[in-house]
Design a protein around this ligand. Structure first.
Ligand SMILES: Nc1ncnc2c1ncn2[C@@H]1O[C@H](COP(=O)(O)OP(=O)(O)O)[C@@H](O)[C@H]1O
Ligand SMILES: [Mg+2]
Length: 335
């Protein structure tokens, strides 16, 4: 497959004589951002990849001053919400951050990708929302990262939107459970990611009410911006009526394919619209990313040297760095 580098530059043509193989597919960009080393031979590329993989678990990233709660939302399906939530969470956890992922989609794709059991009957986010069960009781530690926990979603959740309708404080269910959890944990949690279903129903509303930040993944495809106005309106409504602390802080361009001019046009348009909210790394379209969940893994562990993994590692790093900057400037106001 002919894919492109993480930063959107087309692949150099120096390798064009090589047969296109799985190895090419696995290769890292022509110049490693981590090392700045140009590797234009297969052996140099392999070496750089190995160094990169080794580094994944070693470096500690800056912790936020207080827990950051990010809701990953976009009412369109298939734009990379789940993929972004689990891979950014995994990247952060593998760099020493304490992370909780809340799977709020009845499909349970985030649970699957993190290797967390979610057959019907498993204690899950459904019990939290409709049974008042504490998050700590249903959160499960991911096998590959001891500092990463996941509240799984089971198919039970499919009816929750309707079941919630008749409940008292139906929009605040997740917020209350999460606040109680964070209090009990003594704020020993750095990040919470909430993976939303592809709709703007009560589940997504619960996620927006429980969060401080919204992370919007946008697929570099036709109609990328279509429907976003509706999401932004919903965020605004939540901000003015239910959760004044909510803000769209992060936009991530996903499934970027530099071979198409369309992808660049979409990326430009999104950057024009959202300015510096857009993370500088774009996630390339990369088959390793879509293979990983089939093995109950994130791409970070499945193939740490792949372009998809590197894209998510860079995006996660930028999220961590930005949070660090924000917490320094608002130091006086943090509790
Ligand atoms: N960067 C990528 N490269 C290739 N496939 C991807 C990439 N990101 C996501 N996918 C695939 O696209 C599909 C939709 O992604 P997903 O994260 O489930 O979207 P959403 O949660 O918004 O519905 C999944 O099959 C996923 O594996
Ligand atoms: Mg999803």
């Amino acid at each position: 497959m002919n894919e492109q580098s993480v930063d959107g530059r087309p692949e150099t043509t120096s390798n064009s004589a090589e047969p296109v193989s799985r190895e090419t597919e696995r290769s890292t960009p022509p110049v490693s951002r981590e090392t700045g080393i140009a590797f234009d031979t297969p052996i140099a590329r392999e070496a750089a990849q190995a160094v990169h993989v080794l580094n994944v678990r070693q470096e500690q990233w800056p912790r936020p001053a207080t827990t950051r709660v990010l809701t990953v939302a976009n009412q369109k399906g298939g734009v990379g919400k789940t993929t972004s939530a689990v891979n950014i969470a995994a990247a952060l956890a593998l760099h020493g951050q304490r992370v909780l992922v809340i799977d709020l989609d009845p499909q349970g794709n985030a649970s699957t990708a993190l290797g967390i059991d979610h057959v019907v009957g498993t204690p899950s986010v459904y019990d939290v929302l409709l049974g008042g069960r504490p998050i700590a009781e249903v959160a499960t530690v991911a096998e590959f990262a001891p500092t990463l926990r996941c509240v799984p979603a089971t198919l039970d959740l499919a009816g929750a939107d309707i079941e919630l309708t008749s409940q008292v404080a139906r929009e605040y269910r997740l917020q209350r459970a999460l606040n109680a959890f964070l209090k009990a944990e003594g704020d020993q949690v750095d990040y919470v990611f909430i993976d939303c279903p592809p709709s703007l129903g009560l589940l997504t509303l619960n996620a927006l009410v429980a969060a401080r930040e919204v992370l919007i993944p946008i697929q570099c495809e036709y109609y990328a911006l279509e429907g976003l106005a509706q999401l932004l309106n919903t965020v605004e409504l939540v901000t003015s009526h239910l959760n004044p602390t909510l803000e769209v802080t992060t936009v991530l361009l996903t499934m970027y394919d530099s071979r198409t001019r369309l992808a660049d046009q979409v990326a430009d348009e999104v950057r024009k619209h959202f300015g510096e909210l857009v993370l500088s790394p774009m996630i390339p379209r990369n088959v390793r990313v879509s293979e990983a969940p089939g093995f109950g893994q994130t791409v970070i562990t499945y193939d740490a040297g792949s372009r998809g993994a590197i894209g998510y590692l860079q995006a996660a790093r930028e999220i961590a760095d930005r949070g660090g900057a924000a917490s320094t400037t608002s130091e006086g106001t943090q509790q």
